[in-house]
Design a protein around this ligand. Sequence first.
Ligand code: ZN
Length: 477
Amino acid sequence: MSNLPQIKVFNTATKKLENFETVLPGIVRMYVCGPTVYDRSHLGHARTYIAFDAVKKYLILRGYDVVHVQNITDIDDKIIKRAQETGISWSEVAEKNIKSYLDVLKKLGVQPTVSPRVTYHVGEIIEAIEKLIEKGYAYESNGSVYFDVSKYEHYGELSGRRSIESWRQEEDVLKEKRNPFDFALWKKMKEGEPHWSSPWGEGRPGWHIECSVMSSRYLGIPIDIHAGGGDLIFPHHENEKAQSEALFGVRPWVKYWMHTGMLTIKGEKMSKSLGNMVYIDEVLDRWSPEVIRTWVLSSHYRSQLEFNEDALQQYEANQQRISTAYRELKNLIKEAQQDFRLEDKDIATMREIEKLHNDFHEAMSEDFNTPLAFRSVMKATDIFYSKVKEGKSFAIAIQLWMFLNEANYVFGFVLQEEPSSRDDERFRQLIELLIAVRKNLREKGIYDLADGIRRSLAQLGIELQDSGLETKYIVRK
Ligand SMILES: [Zn+2]
């Protein structure tokens, strides 16, 4: 398609749909705020990471090179608190949760270009803070360093919040600040806390400064897209914006701010205090990554997304219908013969597919409207079952393939390709054999050997999934 629609993006900073134009032609520099690893990643994180992965993949589909940086906050108040509560070291808390985060991310088909960790960049962070002090935007107080909000006239512009009464702060910290809105760039070490040496004594970086420093290191200045969950707009992104524009002397520092809507459970915000947390690894035990992606992307990234098992069940049916069509279509293309003549109705079907493909791009170009794009995919899948499957026309099949293959790249209905060649067939038979042996062992009560088979296969990247009496397997890349 030559005349693809102009991509439009809703910019949180302007609250408007804007034409998407990158700083450098053909390259998108995108920063997504990643997790603070004091706990396993929850479903709200998954929603944000999948949503922006789809944005990234659509931009790649449109010919852009995308550099995607997604940071890991591996030192923070919450990590220290969790370490104190559980009696394990702060670095162990971080390592364990980083491993789990990277594992679920990979399963979900989300692979950032770089995943920088804060503790690997403390030197650069200190340099940035020194520069902010030099420029008069920050001050040292009692071994900590604060950003002076009064020196930056655009504070509150992104979030629309200029008064920060809801922002609870500790009394002793308040005393150190020139005004209560000032935020910490460097935190003085407290007894028993991890610490690094700095010109202001032992301490550690504040939360916000890491994103300014690591994004500029890997993406340069300014950046095209800065994204994250909607709950990060204030104070995190407001502070990032203030310190970056002050530090780099560039405005705007970010061309497009993008934020996901809230994830709810039974209409309520997911939170520790409500005790309704849902973790990604648990959901991945019950549903495939493909189903989770299909469900997440069935809502617009800015909308509220409600989690419930019924919805996932419905999207599992949709995902299976699409993925089966996708695989069958791929085989059909291999076997189909060239068409020497197409009937009028075949030509009409080709036009219909062309229209749906175009609708897909229209929807994705309008602020990445995945639910609308999804409808075109469902309609195209219907065409597969009603007209393509039996007809076996190469022309129609290839036309449909061009669409479904692109849609699959963005949505991830099929993340793992199934075996196709004869060697792969032998591989499949071998796994089925091992599954049968394992079943037999279990029936005889020899569980340790049965579990040994499961573990050894898992080490080879082959995951067994038991559901009822049946055992399926998934090959991880
Ligand atoms: Zn951030």
